[in-house]
Design a protein around this ligand. Structure first.
Ligand code: AMP
Length: 192
């Protein structure tokens, strides 16, 4: 199986553009944020615990997201691999992922970074708030906290994956989704 990571700050368009990558490589899309929002919607114990952290724009504990992820790995058939969206979010999750994959005789095949400026993050998330109604998109303070978390604990992953030589990055600041998809498709042409 192939393991691809769609990386980038909140609002970069990971969810929007995931299908471009999954269709190209026949991958199952796994968004840890979506999995957590489903747990909240279903009213599970996990969802109840995660909700306070998510609504405040904070990360949920590594073990929680890693447990959900492994469960999808173990229960998926019919794909050539996975596209991880929103995971890993910090260095310890990346190290745990390496261990989880090594135990399966696998590794991360490619990391695709979608980059935008902090101003674009703020503008896009405010726009999304009106459409999707996510609690963690609603306040400027929460968005700022997520941007700060991205810079302090998530962005160091760029160096982590650059060191393994499988990091690929594009800027996706075009005003339209289609414009950014052209940029992303051109990058995918260079990834095996
Ligand atoms: P996202 O949909 O990726 O923007 O994630 C929404 C929220 O879910 C994040 O702000 C975190 O609270 C939580 N979350 C998603 N993925 C992770 C992860 N890999 N580690 C910790 N928390 C996560």
């Amino acid at each position: 199986m192939k393991y691809y990571i769609l990386f980038g700050p909140p609002g970069a368009g990971k969810g929007t553009h995931a299908s471009v990558v999954t269709e190209r490589f026949n991958l199952k899309h796994i968004s840890t944020g979506e999995l957590l929002r489903s747990e909240i919607a279903a009213g599970t114990e996990l969802g109840k615990h995660a909700k306070t952290l998510i609504d405040a724009g904070s990360l949920v504990p590594d073990a929680v997201v890693e447990g959900m992820l492994e469960s999808v790995f173990n229960n998926t058939t019919g794909y050539d691999g996975f596209l991880l969206d929103g995971f890993p979010r910090n260095i310890s999750q990346a190290q745990d992922l390496d261990k989880i994959l090594a135990a399966r005789g696998e590794k991360v095949n490619a990391v695709i970074g979608l980059m935008i400026s902090d101003d674009t993050i703020m503008a896009r998330i405010k726009k999304r708030a009106a459409i999707e109604g996510r609690a963690d998109d609603a306040s400027e303070t929460t968005i700022k906290h997520r941007i700060d978390t991205y810079h302090s604990v998530t962005e160091p992953l760029i160096e982590y994956y650059t060191n393994t030589d499988n990091y690929h990055q594009v800027r996706v600041e075009e005003p339209t989704i289609e414009g950014n998809q052209v940029i992303l498709r051109a990058l995918l042409d260079k990834i095996a």
